[in-house]
Every structure is written in structure tokens, then in C-alpha cells.
Ligand binder design. Structure first.
Ligand SMILES: [Zn+2]
Length: 353
């Protein structure tokens, strides 16, 4: 008999509040998970007004000290400056209030100082809102850093629904990426013996399926749409926590997106690029890539290079270099990637301009 040696450890958020006026529950959450001040709120100029000030008022009304750090970038320098602030005011809890950057910075700096972190997303643009992975710019490149899951997540759908709609459509692209990410993970399990969690994979796929089934309801200005998308992003984060890595939500389509970040920086959003990447990688997997494209169309997310705001050459270049991004993560692109001819064909077959 083979000796049993499996061992697993996972960390999940302890409290997740999603919905209308969720922001009102800040004090309940703080009490419920035994958080204490002094509090440091990481935000940017916009998100401070949208949600940060209100959180500060609620915490101050109960006699707590609250301080703000307003950030512009999510780079290592900013993380260092927030770490210094945490030490200076001896913060016991850090809030990250924002779409992406403030959450990434708060996640990373609180982890460094070992203080609890509360994630308050003001937009639903990517699945980092409840995950342990922070995206930080190091030497000009977005780098994924493994930190810890937020202690609590407070996602107010009223606030998220009033953020620019493009962000939410982008979030849908990040969720639909789960399909090809899981297919790549299965491939890595079969060909490379990589450890695999069927529970995490099933949750990740189910999350994408729920998005597909509800895609017609995802429209600008609808709080119900924010509800569907945020729940899916949280659920993708949970799948990553269960897996202990971003595997269930990040495969070849993410490699393609990261390659495009290098080739055509700042043109499209992360989730938008991942969505287009998913169409193409699904075709390589022999799966239903038309369904992916239709879903992205339904939610109003880009489905081709023109809508991404990049050139056809950029797409071909990104496709041929994608396998070099994070090469240890095995995907449908294999170790040698796509030839230029294959990339041309793939773009030709999947993109209708
Ligand atoms: Zn992503």
C-alpha cells in the first residue's frame, strides 16, 4: 500500500459582503472579524471620494484613528512607502479601496507588515479583488506576487455599477479566461504530472459558466450586472485560494495578455486582453471558441485587435512570444509556442473585423 502523504493548506477570506449598500456594513465586518485601529486606508483620489471618505467617517465615529495614503501607481516604491506608513502610525488594519492599484498595493504592503487587509473594490475589472495575488510593477513589468487573501471583502454593487462600464466588461474577460486556464491545467496535469485540484477546477469552470448564462443581463448601469460579475470574481478568487495558485484562473490566455502588455503597453485592460486571448486559446484547445466570442460580444467586451486598440502585428507578435512568459506554467502553447504562420492562421480564423 502506498503511504498517504497528501497535505494541503488554504486561506480564504473570513467575511465577504456583496450587494446593495454593502459599504454600510464596514463596522459590522470590523467587529465580526475582530479588526482594530489605527486604520490605514489605501486609495487614489477618485476612490477616496467614492468610498474611502465614507469608510473613514464610519470608523472615526466609533473613536478610531484613521489615516489615508493616496497612491498613483502600483509599483514597488509605492508599496515601500505604504509599508513605512503602516509602521509610522502602527496601523493594525489596512483597507484597500479601489479598482486595481490601491487593492494591489494594500494587499502587498499589509502582507509585508503582517497586518489584516480588507478589500473594498470600487470596480469589477479583474479577479484580484478577493485573491491572494497582487500585481505590482517591478522594473517596468507587471509582476504577480503571492501574498495573502484579504481578511474581508466588502463589494458594494451600487458603487461598482456606477464605475465606468468598460471596467466591468473587462472583468468578464478575466472570468471567461477560467475556461482555457482550466483546460491548460488539465493538460499540465496529464503531460507534466502537475498537481491538480478537481474542486478548484470545477469551481472555476462553474463560475465562467454562470457568467456565460447570465451574459445578456450584463449591461451598463445595472446594479444586477455588478452583482453577477462581482460574485463571479470573488468565486474565481476562492478557486485560486483552494488551488494555492492562480492556475484555475490563468493559463495561455493570460500569457498572451502579459505579452501584449510588453508589446503594446497601456492600450487595453488586463481582462479585455485575456478575453480575446481566451477566444484564440479555446480554438487551439478545439473547444467552443464561438461561444466565448459571443459571450464577450453580449457583455460589450472587445473580441478582436481593432476593439482592443492594437494592431494585427501586435497580436501576432504577442501570440508568438506568449509561451516565453512564465515558462514553467505549461499550457496549450507548449514549450516552443506558435510559429508566425500558426499565429497568423489563428488570428485569421477567430477574429472578425
Ligand atoms: Zn487575470
Amino acid at each position: 500500500m502506498v503511504e498517504f502523504t497528501k497535505h494541503k493548506s488554504m486561506e480564504l477570506p473570513r467575511r465577504v459582503v456583496v450587494g446593495h449598500d454593502a459599504l454600510e456594513s464596514v463596522l459590522d465586518v470590523v467587529e465580526n472579524v475582530h479588526l482594530s485601529g489605527p486604520y490605514l486606508i489605501v486609495a487614489d483620489n477618485t476612490t477616496k471620494k467614492v468610498a474611502g471618505d465614507k469608510i473613514a467617517d464610519m470608523l472615526e465615529d466609533t473613536g478610531n484613528d484613521v489615516d489615508f495614503v493616496l497612491i498613483k501607481e502600483a509599483d514597488m516604491e509605492t508599496v515601500e512607502s505604504v509599508v513605512a506608513r503602516i509602521r509610522e502610525i502602527k496601523a493594525h488594519t489596512v483597507f484597500g479601496v479601489g479598482g486595481g492599484r490601491p487593492i494591489d498595493v494594500a494587499k502587498c504592503s499589509s502582507h509585508r507588515e503582517n497586518v489584516p487587509f480588507v478589500s473594498v473594490p470600487t470596480a469589477a475589472s479583474h479577479d484580484g479583488i478577493a485573491s491572494s495575488i497582487a500585481s505590482i510593477r517591478i522594473e517596468g513589468r507587471n509582476t504577480s506576487i503571492e501574498t495573502r487573501s484579504p481578511t474581508a471583502v466588502i463589494a458594494d454593487t451600487k458603487i461598482i455599477a456606477s464605475a465606468p462600464y468598460r471596467l466591468m466588461a473587462s472583468g468578464c474577460g478575466d472570468i471567461i479566461a477560467n475556461y482555457t486556464a482550466v483546460k491548460d491545467w488539465r493538460l499540465a496535469r496529464m503531460l507534466r504530472g502537475e498537481s491538480y485540484s478537481s474542486y478548484a477546477a470545477a469551481l472555476s469552470e462553474m463560475t465562467a459558466t454562470m457568467l456565460v448564462e447570465n451574459s445578456e443581463a450584463i449591461k451598463p448601469g445595472l446594479e444586477e450586472a455588478a452583482w453577477i460579475v462581482v460574485k463571479a470574481l470573488v468565486s474565481s478568487s476562492v478557486a485560486m485560494s483552494i488551488a494555492g495558485s492562480s492556475r484555475p484562473a490563468s493559463g495561455a490566455e493570460h500569457k498572451f495578455s502579459h505579452a501584449l502588455d510588453i508589446i503594446a503597453p497601456g492600450k487595453a485592460l488586463h481582462g479585455e486582453q485575456c478575453g480575446v486571448g481566451t477566444i484564440m486559446m479555446m480554438h487551439l484547445h478545439g473547444g467552443d471558441w464561438r461561444m466565448i466570442r459571443q459571450t464577450l460580444k453580449n457583455v460589450g467586451a472587445p473580441t478582436n485587435y481593432k476593439e482592443l486598440g492594437v494592431s494585427r502585428e501586435d497580436i501576432i507578435k504577442a501570440l508568438t512570444m506568449a509561451h516565453k512568459i512564465r515558462p514553467e506554467r505549461y499550457t496549450i502553447l507548449g514549450d516552443r509556442g506558435l510559429t508566425e504562420d500558426a499565429a497568423e492562421r489563428l488570428a485569421e480564423e477567430t477574429m472578425v473585423i
